[in-house]
Design a protein around this ligand. Structure first.
Ligand SMILES: O=C(O)CCC(=O)C(=O)O
Length: 299
């Protein structure tokens, strides 16, 4: 669905001004959007999953491990598709206030795409280089939005998400390097004009939601603090937006309509999109591609 059509429906979970800010910047923080009752349940599920990771010794389809991970001192980079591994994650993604937030920016008919839980362990956590999301999972339009939930307070030292405001309106950069390798990162010389001045550090207290349009350039630094940064990310789109490549993070819930009704027609943005590698042959996760390319966050 295009933004002008979405505007015809009143915003309910945020103010109209906040929604316009999101459309203009391609990113938005909604502080304290999720209450303590949800946070308590989700944190308990996260603890269970961390416990489960203790016996894991190498990256698998569920856990992506940080260097130094062990049974005594688990250190995770990602839990892939949390909705598939604990019912609380799907309940949150499909039947919590996050759905109304998605509807405000996608229109009344909302479709779930995928989810991930990214960690930055204290004094660690991998840099996430500057990138666009949509090149990894193109859709027929640019309505897809990633909505992150900070499960703990996230300050500037904890590796918060950072986004370059307004970059979603600029041409998409390639996520391949000059040799044709998928690197999912934008080198400094290809970053937009004045990107440093336009970068927003998306900090917020636990329970804050952070919204990223699928085209906006974003990334995050390592966690220099002594506190953990768990970030639960769910991706939604308008119901009339359709992915046309294999989902890198498939689940039984992909394509579920979480608000409104399924679409009878598809929406197509004429701008097109770069195609990613064929994920049906396997998906190793973003950091591995960025590391293989020797990426260093270009700030
Ligand atoms: O976890 C992070 O800090 C970055 C996440 C991100 O950019 C992504 O998953 O696309």
């Amino acid at each position: 669905m295009f933004v002008d059509d979405i505007r015809k429906y009143a915003a309910e979970a945020m103010t109209e001004a906040q929604r316009e800010q999101f459309f203009e910047d391609g990113c938005l923080v909604l502080e304290n959007a999720i209450d303590d009752a949800w946070l308590t349940r989700i944190r308990a599920a996260v603890d269970e999953m961390i416990d489960r990771s203790r016996t894991v010794i190498r990256n698998d389809g569920i856990f992506i491990l940080e260097d130094g991970h062990s049974a005594e001192d688990p250190r995770l980079r990602r839990l892939t598709s949390p909705v598939s591994h604990h019912p609380v994650f799907w309940e949150f993604a499909s039947a919590s206030p996050i759905v109304r937030v998605a509807a405000d920016v996608c229109g009344p008919d909302v479709k779930f795409y995928h989810s991930k839980l990214n960690f930055k362990w204290p004094k660690g956590g991998q840099v996430f280089d500057w990138h666009h999301d949509i090149n990894a999972w193109p859709h027929t339009d640019y309505s897809p939005v990633t909505i992150g939930l900070y499960l703990e307070d996230c300050g500037p030292e904890q590796g918060p998400l950072q986004a370059v405001k307004g970059s979603h309106e600029e041409p998409l950069r390639s996520m391949y390097d000059d040799d044709g390798n998928w690197v999912l990162r934008i080198p400094k010389e290809k970053m937009p004009e004045n990107w440093r001045e336009r970068t927003e550090s998306m900090t917020g207290p636990a329970g804050s939601l952070v919204l990223l349009n699928c085209r906006v350039i974003h990334g995050s630094a390592r966690n220099a603090s002594a506190r953990m940064r768990p970030l639960l990310l769910n991706v939604y789109s308008s119901a009339d937006s359709f992915p046309y490549v294999t989902n890198p993070i498939p689940s039984e819930y992909e394509g579920t309509i979480v608000a409104g009704s399924p679409a009878r027609r598809s929406c197509h943005d004429p701008r097109g999109c770069e195609m990613p590698p064929d994920w049906s042959k396997g998906y190793i996760g973003p950091w591995q591609h960025q590391q293989q390319s020797g990426g260093v966050m270009t700030r």
